[in-house]
Ligand binder design. Structure first.
Ligand SMILES: Cc1cc2nc3c(=O)[nH]c(=O)nc-3n(C[C@H](O)[C@H](O)[C@H](O)COP(=O)(O)OP(=O)(O)OC[C@H]3O[C@@H](n4cnc5c(N)ncnc54)[C@H](O)[C@@H]3O)c2cc1C
Length: 441
């Protein structure tokens, strides 16, 4: 049986970061990745005549881990195209105005929604600094209902959130409050970090840069089916029936695929519950190439009222415009149906002409089974916090269970750095079970 110090399961941003950090410490590391490519839910691919990000793309200089890597590797950010016009579907009709006018309408209701964000998460890096058990029972829908908004203002608010949620009643309000608290309680700052600034050269450039610093052995097309902590070591079994023996393992797969891996001994109850209930986000990102260089715009529509819930002119390319669309329910529209995508965009911009589209079906992809993480009520401060403590010799990383910047590339990297640090420390000081010394965050 092959032996390594550490096995990292999954080669998304979290997995490659953890493997790089551990291999730089002189440990022997094997990365077992199910797909035939690295990057996971980041995926720079050819499309629309150019290269496009089919998965996670937007980062920000305020994100410590991402920015550190970008600076180290000389990767810049691309300024977003200015949206001079905003469209928002509310109370049955499409409204339009300047971006400033849109934010004048949205601002007061967003402020109401997130009024207690900083009080709830005064130390965002320590998620359980205060008892939030009451808001962990609250869904986004409960919170919106409690605001007593008019139909118009409810739709304005709903449309602004629709780009990050699937269905309001499936998600807890806690994660959104936490995200906004991370950005000083300012929802607009949070949204800017999450949806505007792409990496020059794309996510692949960052992945290549991280891999170039790593001596970990990378095995693609190697899905893992079982992980067993045997007390003095961990055995990993792949779908092909190979076994690898390691001193410690870091599991960096999406929450929605974690249930497909048999982990022994069993995980604690709240962790198992989170894995069983899964990440509800079944959204899609559709790229549309539209004829001509059109005026920059941003458009918003409430969940369930329109197949495209957020759309934004991303950049001009070869005389045309590339538009990035988010659909809160991937099943509501087929990305390859150009007529449907055009009809949906025409609700906002009547004369728009779609000439091509591109997308990746994250919901139907066996190795993601969903989109970005937006926790169900109850999991953010319970199951997710517990799983970060590790399980004997097995540690977990990834954006889905991150303690900061949950659901984002930054969260993937932050959680990976923490997991790698803990594993390296444990392997350096003890050959027995990994201590769980980190404070509960
Ligand atoms: C459409 C979309 C848009 C997004 N937009 C943004 C954005 O703009 N900004 C942002 O910050 N974030 C965004 N995100 C979220 C971000 O992309 C992810 O949160 C982040 O990339 C996840 O990294 P990860 O390493 O934790 O997980 P992943 O990237 O999912 O990596 C996990 C890896 O594990 C592998 N795996 C799964 N099961 C197994 C198994 N059994 N055995 C071995 N390997 C396995 C997978 O193949 C994958 O490579 C977006 C996500 C999507 C889907």
């Amino acid at each position: 049986m092959e032996k390594f110090d550490v096995a990292v399961i999954g080669a998304g941003m979290a997995g490659i970061t953890a493997a790089r950090d551990l291999s730089k410490k002189g440990l022997s590391v094997v990365v077992l990745e199910a797909r035939d490519r690295v990057g996971g839910r980041t995926y720079l691919e050819k499309g629309l005549g150019d290269k496009i990000e089919l998965g996670g793309a937007y980062v920000h200089w305020t994100q410590a881990h991402v920015w550190h890597e970008l600076q180290k590797h000389g990767i810049s950010l691309l300024p977003p195209l200015t949206a001079t016009k905003a469209y928002w579907l509310a109370d049955g009709s499409v409204h339009s105005g300047t971006e400033e006018e849109y934010y004048e309408t949205l601002g007061p209701v967003m402020t109401q929604l997130f009024a207690d964000a900083r009080e709830r998460f005064p130390l965002p890096y320590m998620i359980n600094a205060v008892d939030n058990s009451d808001i962990e029972r609250e869904s986004i829908e409960d919170r919106i209902q409690s605001l007593g908004l008019s139909a118009y203002h409810r739709d304005v608010l709903d449309g602004a959130l629709a780009g990050v949620v699937h269905k309001h009643k499936d998600h807890g309000i806690a994660q959104l409050l936490h995200c906004v608290a991370t950005y000083f309680g300012d929802y607009k700052a949070f949204f800017e970090t999450a949806s505007f600034w792409a990496m020059e050269g794309g996510t692949k450039r960052l992945i290549d840069a991280i891999l170039s610093e790593s001596t970990a052995e990378l095995r693609l097309s190697t899905p893992v089916t079982a992980i067993q902590d045997r007390g003095s070591n961990v055995s990993i079994t792949t779908r092909a029936g190979q076994m690898v023996l390691v001193r410690s393992a870091i599991v960096a797969v999406p929450l929605n695929t974690l249930g497909d891996i048999e982990i022994t001994p069993s995980l604690p109850r709240l962790v198992a519950q989170m894995i069983e209930q899964k990440n509800p986000v079944m959204a899609s990102k559709i790229w549309a190439r539209v004829r001509g260089e059109i005026e920059g715009f941003a458009a918003f529509a409430p969940v369930g009222q329109h197949p495209i819930n957020a759309a934004r002119t991303e950049r001009y390319y070869d005389g045309d415009t590339l538009i990035m669309c988010i659909c809160s329910d991937a099943a509501a529209i087929r990305a390859d149906d150009l007529t449907a995508v055009q009809a949906a965009l025409r609700r906002f911009v009547p004369d728009i002409e779609v000439v091509d589209t591109a997308s990746h079906s994250w919901a139907n992809d066996e190795f993601s089974q969903g989109g970005w993480m937006m926790h169900r009520p109850g999991h953010l401060t319970n199951g997710a916090a517990q799983i970060r403590q590790g399980h004997g010799r097995i540690r977990f990383a990834g954006s889905d269970i991150a303690g900061l910047e949950v659901g984002a590339i930054e969260g993937a990297m932050e959680s990976a750095a923490a997991a790698a640090r803990d594993v390296a420390a444990a392997l350096a000081t003890s050959d027995r079970s990994l201590p769980t010394t980190r404070p509960r965050m």
